[in-house]
Design a protein around this ligand. Sequence first.
Ligand SMILES: Nc1nc2c(c(=O)[nH]1)N[C@H]1C(S)=C(S)[C@@H](COP(=O)(O)O)O[C@H]1N2
Ligand SMILES: [Mo]
Length: 423
Amino acid sequence: MAKKSGQSGQVSLSRRQFGLAAGAAAAGMSLNMIPGFARRAFAAESAADIIKGKSPEMIIHNAKLGVMETPISLLRKYDHTPKDILFVRYHYPHEGEAAWYASLQAPQRKDWTLDIDGLVARPRSVKLADIEQMGQVKRVSVLQCAGNGRSFYAAKQKVGGGQWKNGGMGNVEWEGVPLRHFLDEMKLLPTASARWLTAEGWDQPATPEGSDFAKSYHIDDPALDNAILALKMNGEPIPAAHGGPLRLIIPGFYGNMNVKLLTKLMLMSEQSPSAFQSVGYRFPLKPVQPGEFKAGDYTLHNSRPTYGHMIKSVIFSPLPEDKPRSGAVEITGVAFNDGMAPITSVQASADGGKTWHEATIKPAEDPWAWYHWSAKATLAPGPNTLMSLATDALGRTQPLDGLARWNPRGYEWNGVERLVVTA
Ligand SMILES: Nc1nc2c(c(=O)[nH]1)N[C@H]1C(S)=C(S)[C@@H](COP(=O)(O)O)O[C@H]1N2
Ligand SMILES: [Mo]
């Protein structure tokens, strides 16, 4: 990896940039006075080199797979997260034949089909063009990787995988055909033994031992009532990097349940044997301690898939880089859950939880979208520990000690944040 970055750093020192640098030197400027120069010429690959059009400010977790997170300073600028800053997660290298989906362009794939297979009276293949003709609905939903916040578990014991902070999420407007509606129109009569709906993506593992990306949902899960076969993201065809031309969106469900590059829906009696369903993206049923339960210990019986978002709030402002002054401050941020009940309260603290201030909450656009909140507090000179705590109408709330939910794969972090800002 290090070698690869080094090489690409040299390659990206193009003649034009070199010319600019030489000109600047002649003009008595140092290289770091040229915006963007240092990063492009010498640092490891930038997000924009991995997926053209992505902001170079994205934090890269895996250059080969194109995994990247949004800094909160960018995320907070928009209500609907635009494509150039939305986090990205794929599981296979997008090289060779797969290179087409490492792009923010709308894929030109008019020949795309969705296969319907398994325990149905009549398996069939549906053209993208036919899905486009069906009635569409909009859903604003937070898209969040189940690994978002994983790095915070390191305070107990570091777990493997991308060390996500809070930026593995975004608030996105999706548009597409309601899944139930689609299944009805297709007259897909499930046979009596059909229990699970499995969705599969186009992407393939690099080696034959690898597992296809497939996820399964119980066919009676009420969350499927809100699911859509999405064709648009923020009002335009879904960029390939985000799963276009067709993506299954289950509003309120963790990222992995939202299968990109959707090619197949299957009705089955069991869940998919894919490792992404049977061992990966699962959460232990009982609390576990480091060492006693390992990443390889997951079974269908001792764990559950990461389905709906655990209730969570994230502080957007002030961030340490805002360099706030002491005195009155407005703490702002967002909160969201699985959309099954409204968020009814957010409390914020600026003194590490000694005193709490009730925030004003702006109604969310849709049950699965994020809620903006804002609370008045006071910053003391020196370091201040900011915290926020959301609760919903079902009484579900965030653990003050997020580490109590430590798990070997570091999923579903929803602990109360402790953000230290110095005034
Ligand atoms: N086909 C396919 N779908 C996928 C994945 C994948 O690797 N392949 N990754 C999943 C995971 S783990 C996440 S978090 C989201 C990321 O969506 P994004 O890249 O649009 O942010 O896509 C999900 N859907
Ligand atoms: Mo994810």
